[in-house]
Design a protein around this ligand. Structure first.
Ligand SMILES: Nc1ncnc2c1ncn2[C@@H]1O[C@H](COP(=O)(O)OP(=O)(O)OP(=O)(O)O)[C@@H](O)[C@H]1O
Ligand SMILES: [Mg+2]
Length: 247
């Protein structure tokens, strides 16, 4: 996918400092990791990319097309994407299977049989066929996130947006979920992922963008950026991070 961000700024009402300030980005990638310290604006940027928030100024273009501005068009744009958040956001009163089938029917207009078929295929693909009739409370954290990923993939999204999908997980489950994402990536699923897992950003993502205090300080090829960061800010940030080496 191609992503262009042109002079993007965002301020929340009543706050003196902008949360994002004059962001410029232009690159093509299949997978992009967004990294940076807490409070730097990563989630906010992801929400803007997903059409969940609108910028105060500036523009975002995906594959050459500007994000829509009207609520109806934005809603349509959002439907074409897959979202995964830190806590997955599964419906607690539904089984894993129902969590996938229900939005397919009610949001995406699938016929029930087609929705069921699609959900079963995904649950199997992600190694969850034995758990499909469990409710979220009966699943491990890693299984819950894999159900959330299956749900995000269910309507064949243009790309996935993931906001720290592993940060609420134990190390064992973190590695399980990162491996799942890595497999999907190898199968051609495009993604933008906010992560504190530097090993994943470095080894599994094609490009990396580093945000600090609302500014996009540096971006580029993962390998090059981790090997030789160009800015003192990124050097310092990477120096402080512990690297995941699992999978
Ligand atoms: N809805 C909101 N209203 C006001 N301020 C907000 C809102 N959402 C985020 N902020 C502020 O914007 C800044 C960036 O927040 P954001 O959640 O994007 O950071 P982050 O990089 O994702 O941090 P973390 O790594 O901790 O998740 C923070 O100072 C936060 O307090
Ligand atoms: Mg965040």
């Amino acid at each position: 996918m191609k992503l262009e961000i042109k002079d993007l700024s965002l301020s929340f009402p009543g706050q003196a400092e902008p949360v994002l300030s004059h962001i410029h980005f232009c690159d093509s990638f299949d997978s992009l990791a967004v990294i940076g310290s807490s409070g730097g604006g990563k989630s906010t940027l992801l929400r803007l990319l997903g059409g969940l928030l609108s910028p105060s100024s500036g523009e975002i273009l995906v594959d050459g097309k500007a994000l829509p501005k009207t609520p109806a068009a934005l809603q349509q744009y959002r439907k074409e994407l897959g979202f995964v958040f830190q806590h997955g956001g599964l419906f607690r009163h539904m089984t894993a299977l129902q969590n996938i089938v229900t939005p397919l029917i009610h949001v995406h207009g699938y016929r029930p049989e087609a929705a069921q078929e699609r959900a079963l295929a995904l649950l199997e693909q992600l190694g969850l066929e034995k758990d499909m009739h469990k409710h979220p409370a009966q699943l491990s954290g890693g299984q819950r996130q894999r159900v959330a990923i299956a749900r995000a993939l269910s309507a064949n999204p243009r790309f996935l947006l993931l906001d720290e999908p592993t940060s609420a997980l134990d190390p064992e489950y973190t590695s399980e979920v990162l491996s799942t994402l890595n497999t999907l990536r190898q199968e051609g699923v495009q993604m933008i992922i906010v992560t504190h897992e530097m090993g994943f950003a470095r080894h599994a993502c094609e490009k990396v963008a580093f945000l600090q205090r609302g500014t996009l300080v540096e971006w580029g090829e993962s390998a090059a950026l981790f090997r030789s960061p160009q800015t003192p800010q990124l050097r310092q940030f990477l120096g402080k991070m512990l690297e995941w080496s699992g999978a």
